[in-house]
Design a protein around this ligand. Structure first.
Ligand code: ATP
Ligand code: MG
Length: 248
């Protein structure tokens, strides 16, 4: 069976506000699924439920057939459920390659204190450089993060996420804040993701969504209001009114 992530009837409240309203969805091997919806629709909250940052009030989350609704965040990552963040969490003074090497050491359960000495570990250096090459960041390996473009920082985040060998990758607005001239780099990086990987992409950029996604899920006020192909979006009255409601 090609189902990797299976979510059934998830519900979550913040105080009196139902931010996740009976959401069910499935991500299959190799899927390219976009999750869109107006600001505050509950997209990031849903990802936080998938990763275990939040606990649902009701519903189940299964990863490769296994119920992970109650498991810890680190365990979910170990099982292959990995996210990147809407807000960058990189260290300004640390080099690009050091970030990736640190992720490798952490993944393998080696002490992060070894970050100073990983240069003596050829397999770590090689894997780190391979990961950077895949995202075309190898030319920037020795630069500190504060000295690379914002778009490149977002790509570095994806490189780090891939180090964790995900089966399911959750990308929360990887193109947010990137100048339109650099969006192509994100698009190329997304195109180059491993074919078998299941990818759920949240973004507001409809060009990016149309190029990337083979299927789209639309949320509004915590609930799924549409599932279909990108080309079916424009003609859907429910989707239109959700977005028009936002503009009004
Ligand atoms: N920690 C929190 N405590 C209380 N309310 C929250 C919290 N996080 C999010 N919310 C609320 O939950 C709702 C959904 O927020 P969420 O961040 O999931 O939306 P989103 O679809 O990711 O929006 P955006 O497109 O702006 O990123 C919003 O009404 C938001 O104000
Ligand atoms: Mg969000």
């Amino acid at each position: 069976m090609d189902t990797l992530l299976e979510v059934r009837n998830l519900t979550m409240n913040f105080g009196g506000l139902k931010v996740t309203d009976d959401v069910s969805l499935t991500l299959t091997k190799g899927c390219r699924t976009a999750l869109i919806g107006p600001n505050g629709a509950g997209k990031t909250t849903l990802i936080n439920l998938f990763t275990g940052a939040y606990r649902p009030r009701a519903g189940t989350i299964r990863l490769m057939g296994r119920d992970i609704t109650g498991t810890k965040e680190v365990e979910r990552v170990r099982l292959g459920l990995v996210r990147s963040f809407q807000i960058t969490r990189l260290f300004a003074d640390m080099s690009v390659v050091d970030h990736v090497a640190l992720a490798i050491l952490q993944r393998d359960g080696r002490s992060s204190g070894m970050i100073r000495s990983y240069h003596g570990m050829p397999e770590v250096v090689e894997e780190a450089m391979d990961a950077l090459r895949r995202l075309r960041l190898d030319g920037l390996a020795e630069r500190v993060v504060s000295r690379i473009a914002y778009g490149q920082q977002r790509l570095l985040e994806i490189a780090i996420a891939l180090i964790l060998k995900p089966k399911v990758l959750l990308l929360d607005e990887p193109a947010a804040g990137i100048p339109s001239t650099d969006i192509d780099r994100v698009m190329t990086a997304l195109d180059d993701l491993p074919a078998d990987l299941a990818v759920l992409l949240i973004d507001h950029d409809m060009d990016l969504i149309r190029k990337f996604a083979r299927d789209v899920i639309v949320m509004n006020a915590g609930a799924v209001i549409f599932r279909g192909r990108p080309d079916q979006l424009a003609g859907d009255p429910t989707v239109r009114s959700a977005y028009l409601g936002e503009e009004a």
